[in-house]
Write a protein that binds this ligand. Structure first.
Ligand SMILES: [Zn+2]
Length: 133
């Protein structure tokens, strides 16, 4: 195992199905028209609406903050060291927890433009990560 493989459930199935085609979906509230991360059953913005839908995202944003991890939390993560865990602000306005890849961790900075990239999971799904844009 090279990384954790997220579980899928009824709520997140559309997101994970789309990753098989490298399509990045973001959940939106149709009542207040705000993007939502992570997926939920009720909008955390207006706290009223369960009228949520998935919209395809261009997968672009910028680094809001980040951390460079040098010690593995679990043995299987050793091969990935050092790796970057970041909060990325998507163009849609919501922030996602992700990894920044395809660059040296020392090159990552707050405000750096990034775009979605994909890493294969074992079952055909892919996990979205981000790389310099
Ligand atoms: Zn809402």
């Amino acid at each position: 195992m090279a990384r954790f493989e997220p579980q899928t459930n009824e709520l997140t199935a559309p997101f994970w199905d789309a990753t098989k085609e490298e399509r990045y979906l973001v959940q939106w509230c149709t009542a207040c028209n705000k993007a939502i991360y992570y997926p939920r059953e009720v909008c955390p913005g207006c706290l009223l609406s369960d009228n949520l839908e998935w919209r395809e995202s261009p997968g672009r944003g910028e680094v809001y903050t980040f951390n460079v991890t040098h010690k593995p939390g679990l043995p299987f993560m050793t091969d990935r060291l050092p790796f970057v865990v970041a909060l990325v602000t998507l163009e849609e306005g919501t922030r996602v927890v992700t990894n920044i890849v395809n660059c040296d961790p020392s090159e990552v900075s707050v405000g750096m433009p990034v775009k979605v990239a994909w890493e294969d999971l074992s079952d055909g799904r892919k996990i979205p990560v981000f790389e310099p844009a």
